[in-house]
Write a protein that binds this ligand. Structure first.
Ligand SMILES: Cc1ncc(COP(=O)(O)O)c(C=O)c1O
Length: 433
């Protein structure tokens, strides 16, 4: 039973007045809106003292759980060296060494402040390398908030003809629509035809190797790798979600396909602002500022806070925890139990639903279609999904609007409570159907 104190309601009213972006609790029933007081391990506590099992995890970063001692200790330690210098700090060098050790495509690294920044710079690098402007992305794929990325993502309505891009927000220059081509994820034939037709205009192909929660068809990524290699077009894996989450080598190791460039961040960030861009030396070295003096193609990709020691020190500490292996074992056990329990709860009450993704990050679709790509779930019942999220929140389980993120801090008790919440919510949904 959720209760709200007058104090929290008053502060929420102030937030509503001051933040046009809203309060971000991903809920549609007013009394469920909350502000965060604190978070620890797998738990998040709101401003009225209600406690939730947290599968939102700040949209993915808290792979170790909230306020993990490794993160808190690193924060205290590296902060003493100063919080930013513009010039490289030892912890940034250590982080780059770790990324090169674990991420198969990484020969060189650049460090940024968010996943959006990393994908933005990846596209700029690809354009500079190829001397062409157009980017190919996949329908339903999300690559952040910049103008090239907010095209034909998961919020795209309708089914425009490929390869036409559809902006997902007002405020994007109309001229950019022509610079982004869109292909269907998991459909190699259509994708190959688009690449063949446009290869001479393409700067790069960017893909989430597991798009949102759609796993790649076994032939899709190898096929994409072969055709991009054939035309010399850089293949960019956006591993902002999958990097260090599907394992230390991310999706590249999981699926055995190595791109030219890769972006990552969330799972190693400890919740601090971090974006990583890495890849083969031949492309990455275009960011070397000495090239400008030699009149060679050069991409600018720095910033005041890039590679600051607080973020890099914390990321090194998170990677050291992940290297021990137990976090992956735990996340997989928890995620498998939750995915099975979710399917079972819906089956029990006769609701059509599909659960897909990886045990460490997965999603439910209220549909009887097999989730394969954006269009395969176009008819899924999103209102029922929202209602499901709200019912879970009432039972003390917080998830992201789309997905469940799992951490190494989720306990057996959390799983038992969550499975009970799944069953109660499923019964309620069936009654309302
Ligand atoms: C696949 C993917 N790429 C890029 C981003 C953008 O990352 P950020 O929110 O750190 O800018 C996200 C964020 O959710 C993402 O899921």
């Amino acid at each position: 039973m959720i209760r709200r104190t007058a104090g929290e309601l008053e502060r929420m009213a102030v937030a509503e007045r001051l933040f046009p972006t809203g309060t971000r609790a991903f809920t549609f029933e007013d009394d469920l809106n909350f502000m965060v007081a604190r978070a620890y391990g797998s738990r998040l506590v709101d401003g009225s003292g209600n406690e939730y099992i947290d599968y939102l995890l700040g949209s993915g970063p808290h792979i170790l759980g909230h306020a993990h001692p490794a993160v808190l200790n690193a924060l205290a330690e590296v902060g003493r060296d100063g919080t930013s210098h513009l010039v490289i700090h030892e912890s940034a060098i250590r982080l780059a060494e770790k990324i090169v050790e674990h991420v198969p495509c990484a020969e060189k690294v650049s460090l940024h402040n968010s996943g959006s920044e990393a994908t933005f710079f990846a596209l700029r690098l690809a354009r500079a390398f190829r001397g062409r402007d157009k980017i190919l992305k996949f329908e339903g794929g999300y690559h952040g908030m910049h103008d090239y990325a907010l095209m034909s993502n998961q919020w795209t309505m309708g089914s425009p003809a490929y390869p036409r891009a559809v902006p997902n927000t007002h405020g994007i220059p109309r001229s950019l629509e022509a610079e982004v081509l869109v292909a269907p994820f998991n459909d190699l034939e259509t994708t190959a035809a688009i690449i063949e037709r446009h290869h001479d205009e393409l700067a790069g192909v960017m893909v989430e190797p597991m798009q949102r929660s759609f796993p790649p068809h076994p032939l899709f990524l190898p096929g994409l790798r072969a055709i991009t290699k054939n035309y010399g077009i850089p293949l960019i894996f956006d591993e902002v979600v999958t990097g260090f989450r599907l394992g230390l080598g991310g999706a590249q190791t999981r699926y055995g396909v190595v791109p030219d460039l890769c972006t990552t961040g969330k799972a190693i960030s400890g919740g601090l602002p971090l974006g990583v861009l890495c890849g083969v030396g031949e492309i990455m070295e275009l960011a070397d500022p000495r090239r400008r003096l030699r009149m060679l193609p050069y991409t600018m990709q720095t910033g005041t806070y890039s590679s600051n020691p607080v973020c890099t020190g914390v990321a090194c500490a998170v990677i050291a925890e992940l290297e021990k292996g137990e976090v992956y074992t735990r996340m997989n056990a928890v995620g498998e139990a939750l995915m099975d329990g979710l399917r079972e709860a819906m089956r029990e009450v006769g609701l059509s639903a599909k659960v897909c993704g990886d045990p460490t990050v997965f999603q439910i679709w209220f549909t009887d279609q097999e989730p394969r790509d954006h269009r395969s779930v176009a008819q899924a019942d999103t209102l029922r999904h929202m209602r499901f999220s709200d019912l879970l929140l009432r039972a003390g389980v917080l998830k992201a609007a789309e997905k469940f993120f799992v951490s190494g801090a989720h306990t057996d008790d959390d799983v038992a409570q969550t499975l009970a919440a799944f069953r109660t919510a499923a019964h309620q949904l069936a009654e309302e159907a």
